[in-house]
Design a protein around this ligand. Structure first.
Ligand SMILES: Cc1cc2nc3c(=O)[nH]c(=O)nc-3n(C[C@H](O)[C@H](O)[C@H](O)COP(=O)(O)OP(=O)(O)OC[C@H]3O[C@@H](n4cnc5c(N)ncnc54)[C@H](O)[C@@H]3O)c2cc1C
Length: 391
């Protein structure tokens, strides 16, 4: 592992840093931010993504002819680190940037690229991911939402769940069953681009235990999509679905940055809160735990660099990425649990951001593959253990 940046990478870092210094809105910097998930925040974030796109800082990994910079892995990592360092606003069309734009560029028809790709980049159309169903999450190939071709339209019926941001999405990348009783359940699935603004599509927001409402159930009742909205081949959508998940993993490569923030948050809590008149940070037992967490956070960072080395050498992230996802999401939950426990009875109240953030950590161990699924991957592909029994 060589952690030194090349001259070009340093120049890239400086250019981005300078641009962020000049362009992050002053109100955002001052902490005057629109409340999450409101129409004002959606509007604000669309505007921010437009600004990024105009300066070619939105989809940096995209090829230049599509408005990107053709950035390599290292630039993408630097980009994520700088965005994090500057506490920049998130990209509301982030799923489109990391997953759906790239899959259309790779597998879409020319007409699809022309129609959708520019609007993904500038945030004019926000996309959501219609994969999970009430009985098809980890076992995604069991999905039952059906699309039937009638004339030149797909007619879609079924239900999806846990769809992040569907309530403000314009388009959905929807996995549907288009062939009944195929020889293998991974066959007979198609990936269809569905317009969310039509009478046959209904979304219902789900209240989360952390108080947020960023998930939805989605109901499709004779929803329509033109025949040419299939991405890749009809009945071979599993390939597109898996390729999208590959982009998702790449896009969230530097998960250790969030872990560091969680650690800093717990340390900060210990500095600013007392027990028995003494700051928590002075308690030797608390200090011992924090020191151990510090070491484990550092280990996560080194594991990330190990995976990055593999990625740079082999051209794709290795299965160690699953180890990173598992380790970071579980450790984050554990650290926030520790922080909340220090709050004592107050930890049952909503008064501290720490409690809300602790409750959010559970989702991190489920999204993009649950911890058990990551353990299967680590067991089979990193440790070479016998395969899990699958049906
Ligand atoms: C924050 C967040 C955002 C999400 N966003 C989206 C989104 O935008 N679009 C979308 O389509 N979905 C989204 N999801 C859904 C997510 O993909 C699923 O929750 C996830 O795939 C797990 O599926 P499930 O909830 O049906 O649980 P299940 O698959 O039913 O799992 C239930 C339990 O069984 C365990 N289990 C299942 N299979 C195995 C196995 N083979 N071996 C061992 N244990 C197993 C699981 O680990 C889990 O503990 C999101 C979820 C979260 C938490």
């Amino acid at each position: 592992m060589d952690f030194t940046l090349t001259q070009e990478q340093r120049a890239f870092q400086q250019e981005l840093r300078g641009w962020l210094d000049a362009n992050i809105p002053a109100d955002w910097r001052a902490g005057k931010r629109p409340p999450a998930d409101t129409p004002e925040s959606v509007e604000f974030l669309r505007g921010w993504q437009r600004t990024l796109a105009e300066a070619r800082w939105a989809g940096i990994a995209w090829p230049k002819e599509y408005g990107g910079r053709g950035a390599g892995v290292m630039e993408q990592i630097i980009y994520q680190e700088e965005m994090h360092r500057a506490d920049a606003p998130p990209q509301i069309g982030g799923l489109g940037i990391t997953m759906f734009g790239p899959i259309l560029i790779q597998m879409g028809t020319e007409a699809q690229k022309k129609r959708y790709v520019p609007n993904i980049l500038n945030g004019q159309e926000i996309w959501c991911q219609g994969y999970s169903e009430p009985n098809a999450g980890s076992d995604l190939a069991s999905l039952r939402t059906r699309a039937v071709l009638e004339g030149d339209q797909w007619v879609i019926n079924g239900q999806k769940i846990w769809t992040s941001g569907a309530h403000h999405a314009d388009m959905c990348f929807l996995l549907c069953r288009t062939q009944e009783n195929p020889p293998d359940k991974h066959m007979g699935i198609s990936a269809i681009i569905v317009d969310m603004h039509q009478p046959g599509v209904r979304t219902r927001r789900i209240h989360q235990m952390n108080g947020g409402r960023h998930f939805n159930e989605m109901f499709f009742e004779n929803a329509l999509a033109p025949a040419d909205r299939v991405v890749g081949e009809v009945n071979k959508g599993w390939q597109a679905a898996v390729a999208v998940l590959g982009f998702e993993r790449g896009g969230s490569a530097s998960r250790h940055l969030g872990l560091q923030s969680a650690f800093d948050q717990v340390v900060d809590y210990c500095r600013t809160h007392n027990r028995g008149g003494t700051p928590l940070i002075q308690d030797p037992l608390v200090r011992t735990r924090l020191a151990a967490y510090h070491g484990r956070v550092h280990a996560a960072q080194l594991n990330f660099y190990r995976n990055l080395t593999h990625w740079l050498r082999e051209g794709r992230p290795g299965p160690e990425g699953s180890l990173g996802k598992l380790y970071c999401s579980e450790l984050r939950k554990e650290m926030m649990d520790f922080g909340t426990s220090l709050a004592g009875a107050d930890g049952m109240l909503w008064e501290d951001e720490l409690v809300e953030d602790y409750l959010s950590t559970f989702g991190g161990t489920i999204a993009a593959g649950t911890s058990e699924i990551q353990k299967n991957t680590v067991g089979e592909r990193v440790l070479g253990l016998p395969k899990d029994i699958r049906n």
